[in-house]
Design a binder for this molecule. Structure first.
Ligand code: ARG
Length: 293
């Protein structure tokens, strides 16, 4: 047996990872088995599990280079669990858990709850009568001073007050009016350095005014319908990097011109269920002491 002694006279420095952290779920059990948004119509069982796994793995690999990834196990009977953005919204170790609008996704809730509790997050639940679909419908501005919260399709406007209270953060409600863009993260993406990328047609006039009041015109990147329907706004942004489904050359160049590096991915299998890059991840704060790194 080794008698090696370990010198502990110096405090061990805390290894603080500079990386962002994200929660993902393998598409091992991914499928389109019901229709709860217009993208799923005509796509029942039309996805290829093999292609989905390959596309997801490429996203995982690209993200892993710049961020830390945590995984939750997929569960039988919950084919949409791969879209972890809908698990809840987290900041400073506090998670407001989702209560899904559609019964088809409600079976995911206890699994996500269990995961957050296991990793030491404080879990807040909104009343069942006021559905809330997590990061899919709630996005912090890049500097974190404001929470943008969507309603009108899945999330109930009344749930927004629980978000405001959870972090004592100014919360502005945005009304979604186009069923193709049924979650806020399908048509709106706050980006670093004060930029925002969005598809105005998805919002009512009051909401557009709220967005324009916050973001000056030179910081607004308005996407075309063609790019919006390629899920351009469903982008993962970490500092200067934007990970995104394949979009037009014009939009990539626009993003490059204002300093972003675009990582294009083919996420066609996930578009069949109404999701792309951003839907496949949920942001976790680095400050959670129970997360490795
Ligand atoms: N099929 C899923 C649903 O309709 C897709 C979720 C996409 N997630 C997102 N954050 N937009 O619920």
């Amino acid at each position: 047996m080794s008698t090696q002694t370990i010198e502990l006279s110096q405090p061990i420095p805390l290894v603080v990872s500079p990386k962002s952290a994200y929660l993902m779920c393998s598409p091992r059990l991914y499928d389109v088995t019901y229709v709860i948004n217009p993208w799923m119509t005509d796509n029942l069982h039309a996805t290829s599990r093999q292609r989905a796994l390959a596309q997801w793995q490429r996203l995982y690999n690209a993200l892993e280079e710049i961020a830390e990834i945590q995984l939750i196990d997929p569960q039988p009977g919950s084919p949409d669990m791969v879209f972890t953005a809908n698990a809840g919204l987290e900041r400073d170790g506090i998670v407001v858990l989702s209560h899904f609008f559609h019964p088809e996704r409600q079976a995911e809730e206890p699994y996500f709850k269990q995961w957050f509790q296991l990793f030491g997050y404080a879990v807040i639940e909104v009343p069942r009568e006021t559905p809330f679909e997590g990061e899919g419908d709630a996005l912090f501005s890049a500097a974190g001073s404001r929470l943008w919260a969507g309603y009108g399709m899945r999330t109930a406007k009344e749930s927004h007050r629980y978000l405001e209270r959870a972090w004592n953060v100014e919360t502005v409600s945005l009304h979604l009016v186009d069923p193709r863009f049924y979650h806020l993260d399908t048509c709106f993406a706050p980006l670093s350095n004060g930029y925002v990328m969005y598809y105005p047609v998805a919002f009512d006039a009051v909401s557009i005014a709220q967005i324009e009041n916050f973001y000056p015109s030179h910081k607004r990147i308005i996407v075309s319908e063609a790019d919006a329907t390629r899920f351009a706004c469903n982008a993962i942004n970490i500092d200067r990097t934007v990970l995104i489904n394949n979009v037009s050359r014009e939009l990539s160049e626009r993003l490059n011109a204002v300093g972003f590096k675009v990582v294009s991915l083919d996420l066609s299998e996930f578009l069949k269920a109404g999701g792309a890059a951003k839907c496949l991840v949920m942001k976790l704060s680095k400050s959670n002491p129970n997360l490795a790194g």
